[in-house]
Design a protein around this ligand. Structure first.
Ligand code: 13P
Length: 254
């Protein structure tokens, strides 16, 4: 049985509170009642609670764009899992390549963040992906393996139900260059096998692996038709309700 799809919008550092609420409401209008897919929205921290309130009646997961591992304390600039839940969120993106590349977040830090999310029952959306340089040097699988193993260190098999992975090749983010469906499928199959090696086959079969990097209405159907692609983590195209709506309502192959 194919896993339930997750169509996720990462709004990054966009949208004032009122803009975010309007977009969330417009996206909610686009969501048909599906049993086979979930929708997740990740607004900026400032808009989390208003967005959660605006779409309270809708079946949409509200997600933070990062999370600290502590409940509270002297961690200037951070957001705690308790604060996310208080704002109406139930998930957090962790290890996004912009956090890794621009803000220097390490695999060890990302591991702490993921554990923090899981300890407080948040869904952790763990992002991994190679740079262009790494891909051209033939290091894609090596990089993915290190990122996955280090991020999941200490995460128990029983917690994997609250982990979603997102493969986002850095060279495909915001560049308009999507990985081909073959490149994406190859990486996803590798990641799934890795999860099976770390845990067991059953867990690997149940874990959702999203693809991110220039997902658009025009390429979502072919990406979603790949056996190991279980959803999309969308940046630019998630900022417009019509285009994200088309992505949510991707056409099922076969
Ligand atoms: P784009 O869809 O704009 O390429 O961004 C992808 C991304 O980083 C989602 O987290």
């Amino acid at each position: 049985m194919k896993r339930k799809a997750m169509m996720a919008g990462n709004w990054k550092m966009h949208m004032t509170i009122s803009e975010a609420c309007k977009l969330a409401e417009d996206v909610a209008q686009q969501c048909k009642k599906y049993d086979d897919r979930e929708v997740l929205l990740a607004p900026a921290y400032t808009a989390l609670s208003d967005v959660a309130a605006a779409i309270r009646e809708d079946d949409i997961i509200v997600c933070s764009q990062n999370v600290c591992w502590e409940e509270k304390g002297a961690f200037t600039g951070e957001i705690s899992p308790v604060m996310i839940k208080d704002a109406g969120g139930s998930a957090a993106i962790i290890g996004h390549s912009e956090r890794r590349q621009i803000f220097g977040e390490s695999d060890q830090l990302i591991n702490r963040r993921l554990q923090g999310a899981l300890n407080f029952d948040l869904l952790g959306v763990l992002c991994i992906g190679e740079t262009l340089e790494e891909r051209e040097a033939g290091k894609t699988f090596e990089v993915l393996e290190t990122q996955v193993r280090e991020a999941l260190a200490g995460v128990e098999a029983g917690q994997m139900g609250n982990v979603v992975l997102a493969y986002e090749p850095v060279w495909a983010i915001g560049t308009g260059k999507t990985a081909s469906k073959e490149q994406a499928q190859e990486a996803h199959a590798f990641i799934r096998q890795l999860i099976a090696n770390i845990y067991e086959k059953n867990i690997a079969e149940q874990t959702r692996i999203l693809y991110g990097g220039s997902v658009k209405p025009t390429n979502v159907d072919e990406l979603m038709a790949q056996p190991d692609i279980d959803g999309a983590l969308v940046g630019g195209a998630a900022l417009d309700a019509d285009s994200f709506g088309r992505i949510i309502n991707f056409e099922q192959a076969g």
